[in-house]
Design a protein around this ligand. Structure first.
Ligand code: MG
Ligand code: ZN
Length: 219
């Protein structure tokens, strides 16, 4: 059994929703939540939401470096990555957030060799932000970076796709991934919509369940 593993970043690899924190810290808190709500209600397209957030936020590279250094990841994630590497299962970080903070946090934790598929944000020394959406095309249109598209495109015939997430931005991957691990808002959403999923709390649990799955597969 060959697995291909897709992990959400905010609230999944990172303990906090760093996207929320970055833009409520360096942007306008009330505005952030208002725009996120509109996006969740389908009133605002993902790219528009990000463009508006970026326009009202200011952060310099060094401010973002300092901020990223304070953000913890799930302490069981590095061992999970090692487990996947030892079995040659590719691991992707897929995010509808921004590479600017994701790459800094991964690097800080010695995980900068992971494949990251996310939106792009340029952080200039003047604090002005510029956002780009390299994976928007062929997505669902509502997401700036549709995770369902990545699971579809990356998974090879015969492989089993594994998706691990926690929130609203993961919902496009649900119908596509072979096995979904869900917590928090994503778990509530799965239960509400009757989507099959495996509840989890951390990557150690995900690893255990995958090990069992692989053992059963060999029997
Ligand atoms: Mg998340
Ligand atoms: Zn989508």
């Amino acid at each position: 059994m060959k697995l291909r593993v897709f992990c959400d970043f905010d609230g999944t690899v990172a303990q906090n929703d760093v996207g929320n924190l970055v833009f409520t810290t360096f942007g306008d808190k009330d505005h952030w939540w208002k725009l996120v709500k509109e996006w969740e209600q389908g009133k605002l397209e993902g790219r528009e939401m990000w463009r508006k957030q970026a326009a009202i936020s200011r952060m310099t590279p060094s401010q973002l470096n300092d901020f990223a250094a304070t953000q913890a990841i799930d302490p069981t994630f590095p061992a999970f990555v090692e487990f996947c590497k030892s079995r040659r299962f590719p691991v992707y970080v897929v995010s509808d957030g921004m590479d600017a903070y994701i790459s800094r946090i991964l690097k800080h934790n010695g995980l900068d060799d992971l494949i990251v598929l996310s939106n792009h944000m340029d952080v200039s020394s003047t604090g002005i932000l510029q956002v780009e959406f390299p994976y928007y095309e062929n997505g669902c249109g509502a997401c700036a970076n549709c995770k369902g598209l990545h699971v579809t495109k990356e998974t090879k015939p015969g492989e089993t796709s594994i998706y691990i997430g926690d929130g609203y931005s993961d919902k496009c991957a649900l119908a596509i991934a072979d096995i979904t691990f869900a917590k928090d808002d994503l778990l509530s959403y799965c239960r509400e919509k009757d989507f099959p999923c495996r509840p989890y709390r951390n990557f150690e649990q995900v690893q255990k369940e995958l090990e069992e799955l692989l053992n059963d597969d060999q029997k």
